[in-house]
Design a protein around this ligand. Structure first.
Ligand SMILES: NC(=O)c1ccc[n+]([C@@H]2O[C@H](COP(=O)([O-])OP(=O)(O)OC[C@H]3O[C@@H](n4cnc5c(N)ncnc54)[C@H](OP(=O)(O)O)[C@@H]3O)[C@@H](O)[C@H]2O)c1
Length: 238
């Protein structure tokens, strides 16, 4: 798929990886980019190709309204997300539900609303921002997020097979840590969020189903084929 001449919609386009997607889409010649956000007034881009649009993943009507307006979309970037930081055993289950509502059900709602739009334009492409934590769990503060990202990963596979008939490319993008607000409190090596957008869009242009942006995502994916002890250490001693 060519980015030049495409019409894209990016959720969570006002900051972090989403804003980098907008910049990179414009740099590659997209004809129009809908910046789909909870606060359209925060979209102050001077480029006339950027159209702010209200969209909240937790507000179904905002999603169907956005799809009714953005009938020309050929590339959907499902980027918006949260990290409640909830542990699975000790934190409020409502936080676990909020992670799932956002990453799984919110993203799925957007795909359901835009699948017919993409079909009307010959198929197009969907990009889902996943994570190394779609495939692994860490001890503190990411249990709930990991569950939501794992669910979003296999939802990505599910919609891929359901949309194959309409020739929509469904791409999953995995990364460890990028330097955004979401990772502000994390003391780990972080990649430039623009590199995430670039790797993903290179993959859209070359019709690639899965993009592994960094070494952590490549390492964890490879480790899945082996003994889980490689990721989680040995089983407890008897
Ligand atoms: N950064 C990383 O290291 C990393 C690693 C792996 C995967 N990811 C994934 O990459 C994506 C982007 O992450 P990021 O680091 O750029 O995050 P970020 O800097 O925290 O930005 C999150 C974006 O999502 C939007 N958002 C949150 N909840 C929303 C909702 N209910 N409806 C609509 N928009 C909502 C936010 O809007 P507001 O400004 O209105 O809050 C913001 O634009 C996420 O899906 C994340 O899980 C990130």
């Amino acid at each position: 798929m060519d980015i030049a001449g495409s019409t894209a919609l990016v959720t969570g386009a006002n900051r972090g990886i989403g804003r980098c997607f907008v910049d990179e889409l414009l740099a590659r010649g997209a004809e129009r980019v809908y910046a789909a956000v909870r606060s359209p007034e925060t979209i102050t881009a001077s480029d006339p190709r950027v159209s702010p649009l209200y969209l909240d993943l937790l507000d179904e009507k905002s999603i169907t309204d956005a799809a009714a307006v953005a009938q020309d979309v050929t590339l959907l970037v499902n980027n918006a997300g949260i990290a409640t930081g909830a542990n699975l055993l000790t934190d409020d289950l409502d936080d676990v539900r909020r992670d799932l509502e956002t990453h799984l059900f919110g993203t799925l709602r957007v795909i359901r609303a835009f699948a017919p739009v993409l079909a009307a334009h010959g198929g197009g492409a969907i990009v889902n921002l996943l994570s190394v934590l779609s495939w692994a769990a860490t001890p503190q503060g990411s249990g709930s997020y990991s569950v939501a990202k794992a669910a979003e990963w296999n939802m990505t596979n599910g919609v891929r097979v359901e949309l194959a008939g309409q020739k929509t490319l469904v791409q999953g993008v995995h990364l460890g840590a990028a330097d955004t607000d979401m990772m502000a409190d994390t003391d780990a090596p972080k990649i430039d969020p623009l590199d995430v957008a670039r790797a993903s869009l290179d993959g859209v242009q070359s019709n690639t189903l899965e993009v592994l942006v960094d070494d952590p995502s490549r390492f964890v994916k490879a480790a899945l084929a082996g003994d889980p002890a490689q990721l989680y250490g040995p089983a407890p001693a008897e």
